[in-house]
Design a protein around this ligand. Structure first.
Ligand code: ADP
Ligand code: 6PG
Length: 181
């Protein structure tokens, strides 16, 4: 599989990286590392969920499209504000479906998706070892059921979640030809 999906390097700036994938794929860990190495603003997409969404997931129920739309609007808003200010950034967002990614990338410019790709077994083991987080590991199968993998016609890259987070962050920086600012 070609890990490179779309963008040509060097990327035109400003750019916002949307670190995406199922719960437990490493979005928060890799996203924070990436933003730190690049010196770019970082936003945790989970922090933008309405309280009702967090309560629903905490209770063990998967979100529906209708639950996710207000949240995706907030994610898109964060992305667009960064780009309007001419600033780069990194945000985490599961962005599981193509239709969700269309909302985030509705301007069709400045957004690069970074899809953290791994098997349900690998990610399930990591979730089993993650504590003090609202998202129950039991929801992982519903996350995979909703996941529509990033395709060639979408701007972004796919990265395997196998290596350690520091290696993954560097692979993303190298593949996209990014420079600290
Ligand atoms: N590449 C990795 N290798 C090993 N463990 C990882 C890796 N990435 C993340 N983890 C661990 O897996 C768990 C889920 O990672 P997290 O960043 O919270 O994922 P997400 O934000 O996608 O839900 C955490 O306990 C984290 O420390
Ligand atoms: O769309 C969704 O179903 C949620 O956004 C979900 O994909 C997300 O992953 C949770 O917010 C859990 O948070 P973690 O990804 O940090 O586990």
């Amino acid at each position: 599989m070609d890990p490179r999906v779309a963008p040509t390097a060097p990327l035109a700036e400003p750019v916002v990286l949307v670190v995406m994938g199922v719960s437990g794929s490493g979005k928060s860990t890799v996203g924070a590392l990436l933003a730190g190495r690049l010196g770019w603003a970082f936003e945790e997409g989970d922090a933008l969920h309405p309280r009702a969404n967090i309560e629903k997931m905490t209770a063990g129920h998967p979100l529906t499209d209708e639950d996710r739309y207000p949240w995706l609007e907030k994610v898109a808003g964060w992305v667009e504000r960064r780009l309007d200010q001419g600033e780069n950034g990194v945000i985490t967002c599961s962005a599981l479906k193509r239709s969700y990614r269309k909302i985030i990338n509705r301007r069709r410019s400045g957004v690069v998706f970074v899809f953290l790709s791994g098997s349900e077994t690998t990610i399930g083991e990591r979730l089993a070892g993650r504590h003090a987080h609202f998202m129950p590991a039991s929801l992982l199968s519903s996350q995979f059921a909703d996941l529509e993998e990033l395709t060639q016609d979408e701007p972004g890259i796919r990265v395997d979640v196998g290596p350690n987070p520091g290696v993954i962050a560097q692979q993303i920086i190298d593949q996209l030809g990014l420079k600290p600012s």
